[in-house]
Design a protein around this ligand. Structure first.
Ligand code: TXA
Ligand code: MG
Length: 353
């Protein structure tokens, strides 16, 4: 349903010195909503200091308002106005990974309204590296709160067509600026505890973080089955997420067994009339003998899988499959973020091969 006139701006990330970006920045600082590309996924931005503007984000996404937002900045100095107690470890991480796909959680300052943080006394902050995101925030001269620019529950948008599908008619501006390269959201890490804790695996791996600051914890709720009753600490992790229209099953185990198991499930489900999609990889795609087979990337280069993951889930919907059977991956390095998103997309529907 179209609720408002959305201005659509096509901007080339290599040519950002243009009046259109100033126009979008003005709309942002005056309380409007602007969708913009980042290196992870597209974001739906509003002024993080403006409580009324923030309500428009939750409305546009249809998102529960206890799910806190990430505040995006374009310079390190901006952090002092919105967060407190920045530890040395945090400074080392910012030094190494900003701008980039890492979000740090700090004690919040009073300037950040309660509806940005879902009532928490902490705030999540990230400095994106995408040229359009950086410039937009810089021009708007405000911290920009931005969740992923999808309708709540849908796979996050990594391509222009995804944001147009989900949010045209629901926001003031959509900036189309090409594909998001990383493809999964930022890693969220809580810096308020002695040993920092990863609350969401993402574009920066646990191993990369530990190289800089030593041992970190990982929220036990992240990959565990909800039925184990371990509640994820990051409020956003408890909701339905990344769900295409089709049902999703993930098959986990040793690769040859995965392939065999997927073929078994496919044949059985086809007998009951299901249209099957198989989310395969470059290395395995020729091993399947039926169904709609899409390779999500290469197992040798998991970054390619991350980059294509959400796009591929949406592609299966376009092909109108009833069931997506997805191969599992290793649970380390970039595999950790991929497995986390797939586990959630599958609604914890995981089969051991
Ligand atoms: O890559 C990204 O992070 C993208 C782009 C647009 O920057 N943004 C994004 O935002 O993924 P969103 O809202 O879809 O996810 C934010 C995550 C949620 O899981 C939320 O619960 C968690 O960060 N979060 C935010 N503030 C938090 C806080 N104060 N404490 C714990 N978790 C928090
Ligand atoms: Mg999201």
């Amino acid at each position: 349903m179209k609720l408002k006139d959305t201005k659509i701006l096509k901007i080339d990330p290599n040519n950002i010195e243009i009046p259109e970006l100033h126009e979008a920045a003005n709309i942002l600082s005056n309380g409007g909503t602007v969708v913009f590309p980042t290196e992870t996924v597209y974001g739906l931005g509003a002024n993080a200091l403006d409580e009324v503007a923030i309500t428009k984000i939750y409305e546009a996404k249809g998102r529960p308002s206890d799910n806190p937002l990430i505040v995006h900045i374009s310079s390190i100095e901006a952090i002092d106005k919105i967060a407190q107690n920045i530890s040395d470890k945090a400074k080392m991480l910012m030094d190494k990974f900003w701008p980039g796909p890492l979000t740090l959680i700090f004690k919040k300052s009073d300037r950040i309204p309660q509806n940005v943080t879902g009532g928490l006394d902490t705030v999540a902050i990230r400095m994106p590296s995408h040229p359009i995101a950086k410039k937009l925030i810089e021009l708007s001269q405000i911290p920009v709160a931005a969740p992923s620019a999808n309708l709540s529950g849908k796979p996050s948008p990594t391509r222009e067509e995804h944001v147009l599908q989900d949010l045209e008619g629901r926001v003031d501006v959509i900036i189309c600026g090409g594909s998001s390269e990383v493809g999964v959201e930022s890693t969220v890490i809580d810096m308020t505890t002695d040993i920092p804790m990863i609350l969401r695996p993402g574009g920066v791996t646990k191993e990369e973080i530990e190289e800089v600051i030593g041992k970190v914890q990982i929220d036990p709720g992240i990959l565990m089955d909800q039925r184990n009753n371990i509640k994820p600490k990051s409020p956003g992790m408890k909701y339905t997420h990344y769900s295409p229209e089709a049902e999703v099953i993930m098959v986990n185990g040793e690769l040859n067994n995965i392939i065999e198991k997927i073929e078994d499930i496919r044949k059985e489900k086809e007998l009951s009339g299901y249209k099957i999609g198989i989310m395969a990889t470059e290395e395995t795609k020729s091993k399947y003998h039926g169904g709609t087979i899409i390779s999500v990337g290469s197992r040798m280069e998991l970054k390619t899988v991350a980059s294509n993951l959400f796009k591929t889930l949406r592609e299966f919907d376009e092909k109108k499959v009833d069931l997506i059977i997805a191969e599992g991956f290793q649970d380390s390095g970039m595999g950790q973020a991929i497995m986390n998103r797939l586990t959630k997309a599958a609604g914890y529907n995981i089969v051991e091969a």
